[in-house]
Design a protein around this ligand. Structure first.
Ligand code: SF4
Length: 392
């Protein structure tokens, strides 16, 4: 029998909630501290049965579709709260799958505090890409990222980062560890940029826009200022080897409308899909939408029963896809609409209008995108090129 494969998919990413608990207590955490109890109500650690079920989902998916890369992001809570032996078994189950020509990438987002030599050995054995969550130097990081006793997490996190950097320098893990950091309206973005690039010697990082919604009191001006300070520092530094994802993505689009579109940031990202699988094996759409408690985050089904085509045909996935390609009404006349696209969905949400609002960070995006364009013009890019690319 000839199987006719459907859509060619470049990247299928699963945010896998391997631990629904955390060893620290960040004030802005969208999993635990934004009014949604889903994680606390779920199994603390994912079972190996659910891991095997996920492997089956991937194996069915690669029969239906050509998939270039399947990426599993071990996420939490704090994923390293899973016991090492279970983590090892989980990776073995996933690595043993038959995914045809698709490449399986294992990745991890961690606060780094629990990393020790045994963890490094496991990351080496299973070739896990690791990224660290930290918000800047100690006096800034510890404003929001304290442990359950209210103590600093900075030293523990930096220690974990150093261990990963050493392992990478020795060729033991597949990639340089990156940093994920939440933009902070009360901090100086330039200071954070220098801390990451000079003191922590990190060459790949990203500033996440906070998960605020319309019901929250948001300092959009402060976030715009933070991003511009970091952007100015990046340009002044002039180090092309330093990749700051949010900057590279938006500037890349201004230079080339098809550049490196990223799901969750860019509009109309084709052939790239990201879903969440919680510890109970239920698949849902974009993890950041859990804090909306909107019906769009309801489970699509259990990975034991789903196929990728049934996921893509589901009401939630279809609505998610159309929300990502439709502009909120407020944004119709905006010159930045093709690259900002109304902002991240979570930042557009209000209980009355759901996602038909511009982002609460609209003022931040306007000043940031204007500053980014002016840096490019100063660097010699013509205004016409930028205008042409942001209009496509
Ligand atoms: S900058 Fe503001 S108005 Fe323009 S697309 Fe973004 S959210 Fe909409």
């Amino acid at each position: 029998m000839t199987i006719i494969k459907r859509e060619k998919i470049k990247h299928l990413e699963i945010i896998l909630k391997v631990s629904e608990r955390c060893n620290i207590n960040c004030t802005y955490c969208y999993v635990f501290n934004m009014g949604n109890t889903l994680a606390a109500d779920s199994a603390p650690i994912i079972s190996l049965d659910n891991i095997a079920a996920l492997r089956g989902f991937f194996e069915r998916s690669v029969i239906e579709n050509h998939i270039e890369v399947i990426q599993v992001d071990f996420h939490g809570g704090e994923p390293l709260m899973m016991k090492k032996e279970r983590f090892n078994q989980m990776c073995e189950i996933l690595r043993e799958g038959n995914y045809g020509n698709s490449q399986l990438v294992l990745a991890l987002q961690t606060n780094g505090i629990l990393i020790d030599d045994e963890w490094i050995a496991l990351f080496e054995k299973h070739q896990v890409h690791a990224s660290i969550s930290i918000d800047g130097p100690k006096h800034i990081n510890d404003r929001h990222r304290l442990d359950r006793k209210g103590k600093s997490t900075y030293e523990g996190t930096v220690n974990g980062l150093r261990m990963l950097q050493n392992a990478w320098a020795k060729g033991r893990i597949p990639a340089e560890p990156g940093i994920l950091s939440v933009a902070n309206a009360n901090a100086n973005g330039g200071e954070i940029y220098h801390h990451f690039s000079k003191e922590l010697k990190c060459q790949r990082f990203d500033f996440l826009i906070p998960d605020d919604q319309h019901a929250d009191s948001t300092d959009a001006e402060g976030i715009g200022r933070f991003l511009n300070e970091a952007l100015d520092a990046w340009f002044a530094d002039g180090q092309p080897n330093i990749f700051v994802r949010i900057f590279n993505t938006y500037l890349g689009t201004m230079l080339n409308s098809q550049f490196n579109r990223i799901i969750g940031i860019s509009a109309n990202v084709e052939s790239v899909y990201a879903f969440t699988v919680t510890s109970d094996g239920l698949l849902r759409i974009d993890d950041t939408l859990r804090s909306t408690s909107d019906k769009i985050f309801n489970p699509i089904g259990h990975v034991r029963e789903l196929t990728l085509s049934s996921v893509l045909e589901s009401t939630n996935a279809k609505e998610y896809s159309s929300l990502n390609s439709e502009l909120p009404e407020d944004c119709n006349d905006c010159i930045w609409s093709k690259i900002c696209h109304g902002g991240r969905l979570v930042n557009r949400f209000s209980p009355t209008n759901r996602f038909n609002n511009k982002t609460v960070f609209c003022p931040s995006m306007r000043v940031f995108l204007s500053r980014a364009a002016s840096h490019l013009i100063e660097a010699g890019v013509s205004e016409e090129t930028i205008i042409e690319n942001i209009q496509q």
